[in-house]
Design a protein around this ligand. Structure first.
Ligand code: AQP
Length: 328
């Protein structure tokens, strides 16, 4: 079983990234050959600050290592260290449908938020993401629910490629967690917690200090009732139930039973305490990891070498199947 996922170097990762994706990455190390990368080539598709990008790669890498990625048990690297990713993206763009790319919800949302330029790179983002995964012939892609559409697209790309050029690529499956696949903004629980579209008070960052985490959760927007149970008309409480269930790794039904009749105040306090306990060890280890940039560079470079050994084989097979380049 091969597992692959990528994460953007947006520096400050939030609780949604952590519950929806990062904990799955860590668990993936025990389930198969796990390969993870910091996708800096994706980050340049919207307006960004070039010196800040390098810093953000270190921030994100240190966060993932602090969360439990172990370079001896997984391959962990920076996307731009491998030319195979953009090359495969270009090769696969010939079996990627323009119409499909044009239907991607994330593209529409992000394009709408750009002030100066909607780049072709932003449009092609899911094609590069397809190349990232297909380069490793991964069976499984751990992601949050917001990536469902992009995984469908990469499955189509792989199937179309195999049908046209012969069986070459593995069609991957998504792995979306049952609980915590879409952590919602604490202030606007009808939209997902997000790096770019969220409210500052509604977004818990992994590196927030404990007082701040606790305050944000205790001031989460809820309804005027008092019952701790999930319901469509109770998005705020439903979100907090899911968060506590994910953090404790218990079913949400158990959380509902435990807090039956407790009232919102006591429940929010329990969620706040649990999230603080959950994030504290990561925040503390992060400081140590982040302080040594040379060690981070070494880890990423060693990972890139291992990744290249796999990705270059796939690119060679794809070129051969497509009749590109000399016969080898
Ligand atoms: N709210 C969320 N709940 C659960 N999972 C989530 N993910 C993102 N938001 C939630 C999952 O986190 C992984 C990394 O996402 P990314 O590389 O897109 O990182 P990001 O850009 O910092 O995250 P955002 O918040 O998704 O950014 P924007 O603001 O661009 O929308 C993915 O597996 C994702 O599913």
């Amino acid at each position: 079983m091969r597992i692959f996922s990528g994460i953007q170097p947006t520096g400050r990762k939030h609780l949604g990234n952590y519950i929806g994706a990062i904990t799955q990455y860590v668990a993936g190390q025990d389930r198969g050959q796990a390969i993870y990368c910091v996708v800096d080539l994706h980050a340049i598709t919207v307006a960004y600050d070039p010196p800040g990008l390098r810093e953000a790669v270190y921030d994100t890498a240190a966060t993932l290592l602090a969360a439990g990625l172990d370079p001896d048990r997984c391959i962990f690297f920076r996307q731009s260290d491998l030319q195979e990713h953009p090359e495969l993206c270009w090769l696969l763009s010939s079996v990627t449908s323009f119409g499909e790319l044009n239907r991607m919800t994330q593209f529409k949302e992000k394009a709408g938020a750009q002030r100066d330029l909607v780049s072709a790179g932003l449009f092609a983002y899911p094609a590069l993401q397809a190349a990232d995964v297909l380069a490793y012939r991964a069976n499984e892609v751990p992601v949050g629910d917001d990536q469902r559409q992009h995984i469908e697209l990469m499955r189509d790309v792989a199937e179309r490629f195999n049908a046209r050029f012969g069986e070459t690529l593995v069609v991957p499956e998504h792995r979306i967690p049952e609980v915590g696949a879409r952590v919602m903004d604490l202030q606007s629980p009808e939209r997902k917690m997000s790096t770019t579209g969220g409210s500052p008070q509604g977004t818990v960052y992994v590196l927030d200090d404990p007082r701040n985490v606790s305050k944000k959760i205790r001031s989460a927007v809820t309804d005027s009732g008092s019952e701790v149970r999930r319901a469509p008309e109770k998005p705020g409480i439903s979100n907090l139930i899911e968060i506590l269930a994910a953090v404790r790794a218990t079913p949400p039904e158990q959380v509902e039973r435990e807090f039956d009749g407790a009232g919102y105040g006591a429940f929010k306090q329990a969620v706040a305490d649990a999230v603080v306990d959950y994030l504290t060890p990561v925040r503390e280890t992060y400081k140590e990891r982040r302080s040594d940039e040379q060690a981070l560079e070494r880890t990423l470079a060693e990972g890139a070498e291992k990744a290249r050994a796999i990705a270059s084989d796939t690119v060679a097979d794809v070129r051969r199947a497509m009749g590109v380049g000399p016969v080898r």
